[in-house]
Ligand binder design. Structure first.
Ligand SMILES: [Zn+2]
Ligand SMILES: [Zn+2]
Length: 366
């Protein structure tokens, strides 16, 4: 009798999740198999469940950022420093694979996150192709997927407290080009916004303001070092929110705004919070939630603004963000952002809780 393992499948737009058993996987040459310890439930999974992302090969096993213990490898497997990945190690892995390094996007534009061959665990991988998502008892590490051992002192739940928001927030801060002493507004207090608030400070920002909701997430922002927070539910008028920022910056606005809210109307609102010649980074519009109207004269041209998009993250962001977590975990305690853990059979509940923002970071523990 072959051993089987359980996984949760998302079969399509709005359909209930299914649990299915799969034959226990064996590693392909150059690959590995992990025993899943934890996998995240993030906003992406909610979007996936609503069919808001194009090109998703349902049925999929969700869970794109995960942690596990190495059960088995097939052939030598090395981390990026050349150290052997061995059975029993606690690891995570870069969820993106297949980036070709050989196309126009990779070679000419040097925009690897826009490579058309890029695939992502738990998002663009079908359950027909194997256990390629974290909502399962095992995860198959395909040949070429970059595995990272968790640094000394970092446990799976510390890492999962950051989740995909960790490298995404890191990347957004890198794009923003924050200088020492800068003032920063983060729009959105979800995991990406909270990690952006952390990395903005580590990049040298003197003052960070977080505009978001609900209160529990804003409390987390304060704990993580935000000087002040604004609850958008209490201040519903965008003009009043911009005024709140201007009152705290001598009427000028902030040097940098990072949009991590997912709401298109946050963009014109955030441009009003930006000082002349400031930098504005859009990282929150991961799905197409619609259009927004900006005033190109007042908000961009005359303001002399720099506006940047930020799509996905590269291995370098995950690697360096993890190094920063290892160094600063005592200060930021990422693990405290995990406000609830769920078993595989509770995945549907986890999605619901995520959608109504009842949790900060939800984690599946198979
Ligand atoms: Zn490419
Ligand atoms: Zn995610």
């Amino acid at each position: 009798m072959t051993e089987t393992v359980e996984a949760v499948l998302m079969t399509g737009l709005g359909r209930p999740l299914e649990r299915r058993r799969f034959p226990s996987p064996r590693p392909r040459p150059g690959g590995a198999v992990l025993e899943t310890i934890a996998s995240e439930v993030c906003g992406t999974d909610v979007h996936l469940h609503h069919g808001r992302l194009s090109g998703v090969p349902y049925p999929i096993i969700p869970g794109h950022v995960s942690c596990g213990r190495v059960l088995e490898t097939n052939g030598p497997l090395l981390d990026v420093e050349g150290r052997a990945i061995e059975t029993g190690m606690l690891v995570t892995f870069f969820d993106v694979f297949g980036t070709c390094g050989n196309c126009w996007h990779c070679l000419v534009a040097k925009a690897a996150t826009r490579c058309p061959h890029r695939k992502v665990y738990g998002i663009t991988t079908s359950a027909e192709d194997g256990l390629l998502g974290g909502w399962a008892e095992r995860i198959e590490i395909l040949p070429g997927v970059r595995v990272l051992p968790l640094p000394y002192g970092i446990e799976p739940l510390d890492f999962m407290g950051g989740g995909c928001g960790l490298p995404t927030g890191f990347h957004a801060v890198e794009r923003a080009g924050i200088a020492m002493g800068d003032t920063v507004v983060i729009q959105g207090s979800g995991p990406v916004g909270l990690n952006a608030a952390i990395f903005a400070q580590l990049a040298g920002a003197a003052r960070v303001f977080v505009v978001g909701a609900p209160q529990a997430r804003l409390n987390a922002a304060k704990r993580l070092g935000a000087e002040d927070v604004l609850d958008i539910a209490r201040v519903p008028e965008p003009g009043d929110r911009a005024k709140w920022v201007h009152e705290r910056t001598a009427g000028r606005g902030v040097d940098v705004v990072i949009e991590a809210s997912g709401n298109p109307s946050a963009v014109p609102e955030g441009l009003e919070m930006l000082r002349d010649a400031g930098h504005y980074v859009v990282v929150g519009q991961y799905t197409d939630a619609g259009d927004a109207t900006v005033n190109p004269h007042r908000q961009i041209n005359r303001k002399h603004a720099t506006i940047l998009g930020c799509w996905g993250f590269e291995f370098t962001h995950l690697y360096r963000a993890l190094e920063m977590m290892a160094r600063y975990n005592a200060r930021f305690r990422w693990r405290d952002l995990v406000t609830r853990e769920y078993r595989l059979e509770e995945a549907g509940q986890a999605l619901e809780d995520m959608e109504r923002l009842a949790v900060i970071k939800a984690v599946i523990r198979p």
